[in-house]
Design a protein around this ligand. Structure first.
Ligand code: ADP
Length: 664
């Protein structure tokens, strides 16, 4: 067998190249994709969250729009010389109004006056906002960067354009370059407020809004804005260019308060990404120029406040510090439910704290949501954020899927390997068989030739009368007869084998008294064998035992065993045949003291064409069919043949047949 494998080296190579290698490559590829399962799962979840956040943000922006509209509608049209009553009425009418104030057209504080400091809140308001509302210091005003540069984004050359050389005046603030052509108009959010990502120009139509949309219809303007937002979101390249351009124009960009991203991905943004809102430092006069009303976000001691202002007919400005608690409450009321089975959705304020901290969620890292979206230019640093309810569950699900897939993968690989192995083994056996058949043809030709040569030699001698001795003549005739029988046996074996292969051999079974039958066969062979120097012993301990078998076929099986014992006993020529009964069976044992059979070959000797010495130059010729046929015959009679080595050398082949019950 190992010999056969050795010769089948190309087969092994084939097995490796066609089965093992592709299997390994497939396994590695599949495993790598399985390994990313948690990332894929998280990514899918993230996409779902993002869709929900877009909706949540639009609700918040919508609500901010309403807040602005409500404040504008409720604010007194004219506060008059003593604004106290009008402001008190305003404050009384709307819970949104925190600290009301009135400014003169030239930005002097008319209210709260020094002597009107009734409450600490009034004092605080003046302390924190005096410099700004009196137009002495600017405040950062935020704008969506994509909208600020929407016209550039709409330009097809923008994304592909080579990076602009950094300008020298990066640090100049926008308010100082009013005449600069590249400077966009004041951010829409601050001046008019916006309910959506796309600023509503409602309050700007009479003023600055006109200059911006000169020559363009409002619809076209909105379309450009929408396209800019979409492109900004989708393309890294566009984003990069827009931020570069913003920096070049001296706009301030900030980092977001959160680092959204998958926790499983190793490269999850540790650094906070850049905010989509850029800021410009603008004075109050710049913000109010050409506008009717608006909201201005102001960071005061790291706390975000909203200032509302509205121009009176007289040119004065009435406004208020918007009541923080009321705004928060209204925004929360508009948000979808905080909890769903899969996620927690909340809004984080400027300090990264959720507006409401759900109980039992205290330990969560709020700054690492799976998905987050900035809320509005009116609420810079605020984020709508979503977190998986149970981050561990995702990992467990990914692990289960991974294990399942790995199991299937392993199973498939094993199956392919096993199938490949079986196919290859079959191929190998076929090759061995093909080689054995070639040997068989050569052996059979040789076996046919040997007896034919001696028959021819003796018949020629007899014909030419070269041997006058009658006794010798008789012995020649006897030898010729024996050779003819050998030929017949060989030819019968070959023919029987092909018949058996096709399953066509028919048996004529009859009750045989086994002892005497075997005795006859042995007696017939004994003469010739003794002539060849054999010592043949026969013993029958089976008196009265019968078997149901085909007499001729059984005789052929016994003769094949005798012939083997004779062929493979070159030295000690001693042969014993013994018939006995045991446990309802009849046993016919043929023992010799020949060359024996090595243990490694013992399992194969009954296989067709198998010969212990497979070489063509084997000292004993044979077809490799004798034992195959003998076993087939015996099995067809309901029995079996077994081989056993003898202790002091030689072999024992035992035919075992079930004893036939009494015919009566
Ligand atoms: P063959 O025509 O080669 O004898 P068989 O099927 O009869 O074919 O036997 C198969 C092989 O088993 C033989 O080639 C031989 O090597 C071995 N064998 C069978 N009988 C004996 C025996 N009595 N002693 C030693 N070897 C044997």
């Amino acid at each position: 067998m190992s010999n056969a494998w050795g010769k089948a080296k190309p087969l092994r190579l084939l097995f490796f190249a066609a089965v093992v290698l592709p299997c390994l490559v497939l396994a590695v590829l599949a495993y790598r994709s399985i390994e990313r399962e948690d990332v894929i799962l998280e990514r899918r979840l993230q996409e779902t969250f993002e869709a929900e956040l877009i909706h949540a943000v639009s609700l918040i922006q919508d609500e901010l729009g309403r807040v602005r509209e409500e404040l504008a509608a409720s604010a007194p049209a004219e506060t008059g010389t003593d604004p106290r009553t009008a402001l008190a009425a305003w404050k009384g009418s709307s819970p949104l109004v925190g600290v009301p104030f009135v400014l003169s057209a030239d930005f002097r504080i008319l209210w709260p006056t020094r002597d009107s400091f009734l409450a600490q809140s009034d004092l605080d308001f003046v302390n924190w906002n005096r410099e700004f509302v009196t137009d002495r210091t600017p405040t950062p005003v935020y704008e969506n960067v994509a909208l600020a540069f929407k016209d550039q984004i709409a330009d097809p050359k923008f994304a592909a354009a080579p990076e602009p050389a950094p300008a020298a005046g990066r640090t100049r603030i926008a308010s100082e370059k009013k005449t600069d052509e590249a400077k966009p108009s004041p951010p829409a959010a601050a001046v008019g407020g916006s309910a959506n990502n796309i600023p509503l120009t409602g309050n700007r139509e009479k003023g600055a809004g006109l200059e911006r949309s000169a020559g363009k219809s409002k619809v076209a303007d909105v379309q450009v804005a929408q396209q800019a937002l979409a492109e900004f979101e989708q393309s890294d390249e566009v984003r990069k260019r827009v931020y570069d351009e913003a920096a070049r124009q001296g706009k301030k960009t900030e980092s977001r308060t959160v680092s959204p991203g998958a926790t499983s991905s190793k490269d999850a943004a540790i650094l906070r990404p850049e905010s989509v809102y850029i800021s410009d430092l603008l004075r109050f006069s710049q913000i109010t120029a050409g506008n009717e009303a608006g909201l201005v976000p102001r960071f005061i001691a790291e706390k975000l406040t909203l200032l509302f202002w509205k121009r009176e007919a007289s040119g004065r400005i009435v406004g208020c510090l918007v009541e923080d608690g009321t705004v928060r409450g209204r925004l929360l009321a508009r948000l979808p439910a905080v909890y769903s089975p899969v996620r927690i959705l909340t809004v984080l304020d400027e300090n990264g704290r959720p507006l409401v901290i759900p109980e039992s969620e205290g330990g969560r890292d709020w700054r690492r949501p799976l998905a987050a979206r900035e809320v509005s230019e009116l609420l810079p640093r605020w984020e709508a954020a979503a977190y998986p309810t149970d981050p561990g569950a995702l990992a467990v699900r990914a692990k289960t899927t991974r294990l399942l897939m790995a199991g299937i993968l392993l199973g498939l690989c094993l199956l392919i390997a096993a199938a490949g192995f079986v196919i290859l083994n079959t191929l190998r056996s076929e090759m061995v068989l093909a080689r054995q058949k070639t040997t068989f043809v050569t052996n059979v030709s040789h076996e046919l030739k040997t007896p034919l040569t001696s028959i021819r030699m003796f018949s020629e001698m007899l014909k030419e009368g070269r041997q006058p001795d009658v006794a010798k003549q008789r012995s020649y005739l006897g030898l010729m007869l024996a050779e003819t029988e050998r030929l017949t046996r060989l030819i019968n074996n070959v023919l029987d084998f092909s018949k058996m292969e096709k399953g066509k051999r028919a048996y004529a079974k009859s009750r045989l008294e086994i002892g005497p039958r075997i005795g006859e066969i042995v007696a017939k062979e004994k003469v010739r064998m003794e002539h060849d120097g054999f010592e043949v012993a026969f013993a029958d301990f089976s008196e009265g035992a019968f078997v149901l078998a085909d007499e001729e076929a059984l005789g052929q099986a016994v003769l094949n065993l005798l012939s083997n014992a004779e062929k493979y006993s070159p030295g000690q020529k001693r042969l014993e045949v013994e018939v006995s009964r045991a446990g309802g069976n009849v046993r016919i044992a043929v023992r010799d003291r020949g060359i024996g059979i090595p243990p490694s070959a013992a399992g194969k000797i009954f296989k067709e064409f198998y010969r212990v010495d497979q070489s063509l130059s084997a000292p004993v010729s044979g077809s490799g069919l004798g034992l195959t046929i003998a076993r087939r015959i015996v099995r067809d009679q309901g029995g079996d043949i077994e081989f056993q080595p003898r202790e002091d050398g030689g072999s024992v082949f035992t035919i075992c047949l079930p004893e036939a019950r009494d015919a009566s």
